[in-house]
Design a protein around this ligand. Structure first.
Ligand code: BES
Ligand code: ZN
Length: 700
């Protein structure tokens, strides 16, 4: 596409030809647009450098009314600027130099607004820039649709405190374009400022530093943000809600809803030590403040490394600080990812693999080697399961991917995370920690605020590290790790005494079926996770036995609960179904939803129907990211939101929630499966969570 557009701009098309196409038949421009790295943007012609946003947050209509002043560097003169857009109405384009309106059109994705299954869903915004010889200072005005894919607009009932609505964004990987027209690819970096108008009683954060505020009118205030350091579009972030702030020290702190702030602050107490450790390893933190915002439970990820303010799932508030490696992970991204960014989503492993490696190093410094070893062993077992599941898609087990027009979401697997981490661990073990750490420190410093591809990384690795000693790269199989399938030998060495002991116990139980063979004294979350992964449970009687001994169904830790529920589906342990359904209605984190629904879907045709009914009931409360994966699982991907009822197989009584998207309460006691142990189930959904008991927020 870039070549095609360049050719067009240089000679072939007469200005009037495309001008009239722009005005009359924008679809005539389609041949000139190609998706390149999941983006339509003509980045070799115009390059975004700076963006000034104005956002008005309208909870009543669930829309952002927005404008942006963009400064594009003129790289090679072109009669068009092409940006990525989705789920919005673009109202105006103005050349700021002349104050004249510019012609523009949105060219629909040839596959429609929902795109291909697992394809890219966005459109191209073409703005006429004919005659602009210098840099472009452009003003755009737009309005997001209520269903904008990045944004989730929550009713008060979907929040922890249930007092007021909440809005948050999730831009990674390519959803920023659904709330801001952008060159939405990770190789483009820009600085930004924003002025955000919100209801006076609410708070707002962005992936930036707040630098001031003013009264907008009697009911609204304006908050100003500044991100001076250039970021890629996927790190653009916004959250608005009733939350408060508590500092942990002078550089970091926690935002959470008032009812959760105390627990969050307690849970995150080790954050200052993590920051110190990270800086000691790989150099100064580059982004000023480091804060964490605890989001409502529908946040589809565990964490998101938005600069200055990590967004986090409330499911990490386990009550025992056992899931804080997630904070170490998001913090580590402040170097790997946010400073040195994957050039395209094909090299996502350069973000995540480095981050998991770095996370492990922070955890080792703060909690000791034994703790970090447990995480490593669990990571290896994740990787083995993933490889096993991906037997039919061996190309997707390469570190470097070839996504083409596929959604980068397809690359979000443990390959990037764990295969990436184990590759770096292998290099570390080969060269030794001291030279490896020195290399990484230089790597972050010399490529800061730039991008990295696999190809370039291999070059840098050789030049900057391996060339120092001819023995270091002997059978390191770098090419096989990065461009090949599976996990080549030799493997890095690691073990955890603690988890070996637990795995042994599990194997003994698998043979003897005696609960006495499982000694859980001193068990932490990670021991439980190891145990549950190693148990080969065959029937519900075995599960009942374990449950009687250890009350696992009652456990509030979401990581443990998720594994237990998957066993429950495989063993048809119906006694856990009420808790499971309530979990599915209270947690929107995709990592927990997928294995449970997948197990339900695979178990039997009846089980699949049951899973689908559960899903349909709570679907309106999930973020679009989770919905997209689950729609695919249940083969609902071409379903139009508004006519979903028509497409539902054997439409049960369940989908009422979908018809009434603004409804605040679901039908009472809509227990459709008739199963369970007779306990009243709440029928809670992410849209309608039952009143929180004192301790029931641990899983949320
Ligand atoms: N940046 C990712 C989340 C992400 C990746 C969102 C790709 C969208 C597209 C984040 O840092 C992450 O890896 N989160 C993990 C946490 C973890 C591995 C500790 C998650 O959400 O589970
Ligand atoms: Zn990550």
């Amino acid at each position: 596409m870039l070549l095609a557009l360049a050719a067009v701009s240089a000679q072939s098309v007469e200005a009037p030809a495309y001008r009239s196409a722009l005005a009359k038949r924008p679809s005539d421009l389609r041949p000139f647009l190609t998706l390149h790295n999941q983006s339509y943007a003509n980045v070799s012609e115009w390059l975004l450098k700076d963006l000034k946003l104005n956002l008005q947050v309208d909870f009543d209509h669930q829309r952002l009314k927005a404008s942006g002043e963009y400064r594009f560097q003129n790289v090679s003169s072109s009669p068009w600027l092409v940006l990525d857009v989705q789920d919005m109405q673009v109202l105006r384009a103005i050349d700021m130099e002349t104050q004249r309106p510019l012609a523009f059109a949105i060219i629909e994705n040839p596959y429609g607004s929902r795109g291909l299954p697992s394809g890219v869903h966005s459109h191209a915004l073409v703005v006429e820039t004919q005659g602009i010889t210098g840099d472009l200072h452009l003003r755009l005005e737009w309005m997001t649709e209520p269903q904008s894919a990045a944004l989730q607009w929550l009713e008060p009932s979907q929040t922890h405190d249930k007092q007021s609505p909440f809005l948050f964004s999730q831009s990674q990987a390519i959803l920023a374009r659904s709330w801001v027209p952008l060159q939405d690819c990770p190789s483009v970096r820009f600085a930004y400022q924003a002025e955000v108008t919100i209801p006076s009683s609410m708070e707002v954060v962005m992936s930036a530093v707040p630098v001031g505020q003013s009264q907008a009118d009697s009911l609204h205030r304006r908050v100003l943000f500044e991100q001076k350091r250039p970021i890629p579009s996927y790190l653009l972030a916004l959250a608005v809600g009733e939350f408060e702030y508590q500092a942990l020290n002078d550089k970091c702190g926690v935002y959470a809803e008032p009812g959760l702030i105390k627990k969050a602050v307690w849970e995150f107490a080790d954050l200052p030590a993590m920051i110190d450790s990270a800086e000691a390893l790989y150099g100064p933190y580059a982004w000023g403040r480091y804060d964490v915002l605890v989001l409502p439970p529908s946040f589809p990820f565990g964490g998101m490394e938005n600069p200055c303010v990590t967004f986090a799932t409330p499911t990490i508030i386990a009550g025992d600080r056992s899931l804080t490696s997630l904070l170490a992970h998001e913090l580590a991204h402040s170097w790997s990812g946010n400073l040195v960014t994957n050039h395209t989503w094909d090299d996502f492993w350069l973000n995540e693999g480095f981050t998991v490696y770095f996370e492990g190093r922070i955890m080792e410094k703060v909690y000791g080697k034994g703790y970090a070893d447990m995480l490593t062993v669990l990571g290896w077992s994740d990787l083995q399961s993933t490889l096993n599941e991906m037997r039919d898609a061996p190309d997707d087990t390469h570190l470097h991917l070839d996504l083409g027009t596929r959604d980068p979401d397809d690359g979000l697997t443990d390959i990037a995370y764990e295969k990436g981490r184990f590759f770096l661990m292998l290099v570390e073990q080969r060269v030794g920690r001291v030279p490896f750490d020195a290399f990484l420190k230089r790597y972050f410093e010399s490529h800061a605020f730039g991008t990295m591809s696999s190809e370039k990384f291999i070059e840098v690795l050789n030049r900057d590290l391996l060339d120092q000693n001819p023995e270091w790269d002997m059978d390191l199989e770098i090419e096989a790790w990065i461009y090949g399938e599976g996990v080549p030998q030799p493997w890095p060495l690691f073990s955890s005494q603690e988890l070996s002991r637990v795995a042994l116990m599990a194997q003994t139980f698998n043979r003897t079926l005696r609960v006495e063979d499982i000694q859980t004294e001193g068990f932490t979350t990670h021991h439980w996770l190891c145990l549950l992964r190693n148990l080969e449970l065959k029937d519900s009687a075995q599960m009942a036995k374990l449950d009687k001994a250890f009350a696992i169904t009652q456990k509030e830790n979401a990581e443990i609960a998720c594994l237990w529920f998957v066993h429950a589906v495989h063993c048809q342990y119906r006694l856990a179904y009420a808790a499971m359904e309530s979990f599915l209605g209270q947690v929107g984190r995709r990592k927990f939803l997928m294995p449970i629904y997948e197990a339900l879907a695979a178990q039997s045709p009846e089980s699949r129907e049951e899973g689908l009914a559960m899903y349909v009931r709570v679907r309106p409360g999930y973020h679009s990211v989770s919905r997209q994966s689950l729609d695919e699982l249940f083969e609902l991907e071409h379903v139009d939101e508004h006519s979903m009822m028509l497409h539902m197989p054997s439409s049960g009584a369940v989908p009422a929630l979908i018809e009434a998207p603004r409804e605040t309460r679901s039908p009472e006691g809509s227990n459709s499966d008739g199963s369970g142990n007779g306990t009243t189930r709440d029928g809670g959904t992410l849209r309608d969570v039952p009143p929180a008991g004192d301790d029931d927020d641990k899983k949320n």
